[in-house]
Design a protein around this ligand. Sequence first.
Ligand SMILES: [Zn+2]
Length: 443
Amino acid sequence: MKNKIKLSTLVIFLSILLINNVDAQDKVLINNVQIFDGNNVITSNGAVRIEGNLITEVSKIPLKALSGEKEIDGQGKFLMPGLIDAHVHLAWNLSPTQSTFAANEYIAALTLVEAKATVMRGFTSVRDVGGPARGVKKAIDQSFFTGPRIWYAGAAIGMTAGHSDMRSPEARSRQMGGEAWTDGEHSGITILADGVPEVLTAARMQMRRGACFLKMFTSGAVSGVYDPLDIAEYSFDEIKAAADEAKRWNTYLAVHSYNDKGTQQALKAGAMSIEHATLITEETAKLMAEKGAFLSTQTGIYLADAPADWSDNQKAKQQAAKDGLDNLFALAKKYDIKITLGTDLVGNMKLKKQQAYELTNRLKWFTPIEILRQATVNNAELLSFSGPRNPYPGKLGVIEEGAFADLLLIDGNPIDNLELFNNPGKNLLIIMKDGKFVKQIEN
Ligand SMILES: [Zn+2]
């Protein structure tokens, strides 16, 4: 018996077949699997039926295959919804210096490579919180390339001397006859806007490009050149202008904000997704809960080594953000704030390989099942918050009848061992997105 199990495991391992952009099998039955439905493990030996791009049946016991249905024997392995990363920058794969000299088509090419790597790590959906994702998303949605579902904000809106201002301190602002287009704007990652009229124009430019939500920098940043962590960026009126514009488009404003002042101001102005927020006080956590805003958190960017070219000041800011994590997560739990999971890894593709480490990093604060919920149902709720600007309306982040068939079959139980995600090539046996196999086992 023992030998038999070993042999079948070996056969599966050897027969893993990577298939890209395979047409949807019209009808698929994944049988004999443990199912985590996004909230809980609902069965140790059940089945999921898929037709087209949707899950049509979830059973707590194995099912008989219907005629014309492709049956996959899951051999008791772990089936769960595809992971979602709520904070990425798919197009930000170069350092600021490299970006300055990069051609836009080179940036797009790297984005496509990173998009494929992302889905191969098990992330079937991402929220892109700043960067040019429009064309890449279209090419992926049309199945020309392999990649995740993408919700994008377009260029993130920032003020002069704010997080996105990478110009020389002597540069003249364009309102005073300076250069028309900064490097950040050229690459499409950020856009500079000062004052309510410019903020409105910048916001509307993103909506014209099909943004699913808006993104703005409303506090000092860890990697920023001119902005200390303690400052609130933008006036209340400028943030409110962006939040109101997002609301007019029936979507929401996400803000980059670390400190208490900037976060509180943004919440009062109507922002509904707070990115980072590691330096907030209890009063602001309470306000976030009252407003029903999402807390979009990352840990890996603070735990990772600082880039070699960072100044002591930037390194000190990274340490301060990291030191705030204990307090942030304690407050978020106390006030039952909606916590989402993101990574925010930028600047080079080697670093982005650590995307799945975000799950194991969180074990210091959360149980494995809480972390899996953050990466599935919680993140899906945030994605659906784009309302009519949600490019993929439907149920996501769950295994239930009528939900999108975005699924992972895992060789092992991640509730016992979240590290399984750190070796996706070996441990993710099936990756399915929109009913199509991105990676498939043959048995
Ligand atoms: Zn970011």
